[in-house]
Design a protein around this ligand. Structure first.
Ligand code: NI
Length: 207
């Protein structure tokens, strides 16, 4: 599964060969360029199924991508790998040309082995509490870079709300305004009793 591909125009991802990425599924949280830059290219080369809100589906279709599955906030659907529930995110969403991309979203992915939350870009919001009522998360992918999304302290609150003690940080260090102090982030999460993983581009981890 691939989420929000932003590779060829991301200077930090220079070492990643986009042409070699062959996912089975691609999930897109919203239309901003730093989440969709390589979506059409990878969908075309891999034939993967692309999951996103209705307007993301329409945009992919209009770019010649046929293997799409539209959803909307609050809905869930079962795929081969498990169930995806599309949940709300508090952010904005438009495509690089400024056109409407629907609402921003997050995803909760669940099967019999695993359950995790991918928040996309979002502010801290109290709807996150609903996730812990229905799901027992193994981990959560949360934005922590501040300025455009939650900062590390809001992400700690978010982790508590969704009910997880394992967080993989996202949306940090890519541009000046979202550069973070790694030491401070690790210290704050440790004090809160939450494991924070700050992955480098190309890293792999076992959770
Ligand atoms: Ni965004």
């Amino acid at each position: 599964m691939l989420f929000d591909p932003f590779i060829s125009s991301n200077p930090l991802a220079e070492g990643i060969d986009v042409d070699k990425i062959q996912p089975d599924y691609m999930l897109i949280s919203h239309g901003h360029e730093d989440h969709t830059a390589d979506a059409v290219r990878i969908a075309r080369q891999s034939g993967c199924k692309c999951i996103g809100i209705w307007e993301i589906h329409s945009w992919l279709q209009s770019n010649g991508i046929e293997n799409t599955h539209p959803m909307n906030i609050g809905g869930s659907h079962s795929f081969e790998f498990g169930t995806v529930k599309m949940v709300s995110a508090v952010h904005s969403s438009s495509f690089p040309d400024g056109s409407y991309a629907g609402n921003p979203a997050g995803f909760v992915i669940q099967n019999s082995d695993d359950c995790f939350y991918y928040a996309g870009d979002t502010a801290l919001h109290t709807d996150m509490q609903l996730i812990s009522r229905k799901f027992k998360l193994k981990c959560a992918f949360l934005p922590i870079g501040n300025n455009f999304t939650m900062d590390i302290y809001d992400a700690i609150d978010a982790a508590r709300m969704v009910g997880t003690t394992t967080v993989i940080g996202m949306h940090f260090d890519t541009f000046g305004p979202i550069e973070i102090n790694h030491e401070e982030a690790h210290r704050a999460f440790k004090t809160a009793g939450i494991h924070l993983h700050l992955m480098k581009i190309g890293d792999t981890i076992d959770i």
